[in-house]
Ligand binder design. Structure first.
Ligand code: 5GP
Length: 199
């Protein structure tokens, strides 16, 4: 019995500001994970580089990618488009990497439809007050945008119940350990295991 050569597809959702980026950074230390770089029409933040944090593209270009079926999923979030480039994800999985998609809930459910083997993980902050505190601490959004994102978080949180796993991001090391456990469990699922040598 061996592991299938194709890597897992791991969806990581959760309210903006709940620490998904930090969690992904920790998972990247494993060496067998890769993160998908999304396309977006949102303007870059001061610390963001094109092709690293996102592929920053125009509305017209995004719509062109939708028409060409170049996106595995896409959604509109707080007035901007966000989407996952299909080819990049497929190439990384073919190399055996576990690909992490850091995406919001509408996109997550599109992935479940199109890639039923995907593992959907929702990360939650300990409370809405803590989420607001983290967004203020990040200091990259205006007060208005922070409140918009809090409102969106309240809308998204009930969807956590439809995910495969919920990971509480309170103490970072506990959340990272939980995610590693999820990856370990997912890699033991029959669809990710090759029994052909035994049967
Ligand atoms: P931010 O503007 O804070 O970078 O991202 C806003 C939201 O969009 C976050 O919840 C993030 O996870 C989500 N997001 C980022 N990339 C994608 C994507 O490719 N597809 C979808 N559906 N959501 C995304």
């Amino acid at each position: 019995m061996t592991k299938k050569n194709k890597g897992l597809l791991i969806v990581l959702s959760g309210p903006s500001g709940c620490g998904k980026g930090t969690l992904v950074g920790e998972l990247m230390k494993r060496g067998d994970c890769a993160v998908s770089v999304s396309a977006t029409t949102r303007a870059p933040r001061t610390n963001e580089a094109d092709g690293v944090h996102y592929h920053f593209i125009s509305h017209a270009e995004f719509e062109q990618r939708i028409r060409e079926d170049g996106l595995l999923e896409y959604a509109e979030y707080c007035g901007n488009y966000y989407g996952t480039p299909r080819k990049e994800v497929e190439a990384m999985r073919a190399e055996g990497k576990h690909v992490i998609l850091e995406i919001e809930v509408q996109g997550a459910f599109q992935i479940r439809e199109r890639c039923p083997e995907a593992v959907l993980v929702f990360t939650t902050p300990p409370s809405i007050e803590e989420l607001r505190r983290r967004l203020h601490k990040r200091g990259t959004e205006t007060e208005e945008v922070i409140e918009q994102r809090i409102a969106r978080a309240k809308e998204e949180l009930p969807y956590a119940e439809q995910y495969d796993y919920i990971v509480l991001n309170d103490a970072l090391e506990d959340a990272v350990a939980d995610l590693n456990t999820v990856i370990r469990a997912a890699s033991m699922r029959p669809e990710n295991t090759d029994l052909s040598g035994l049967l």
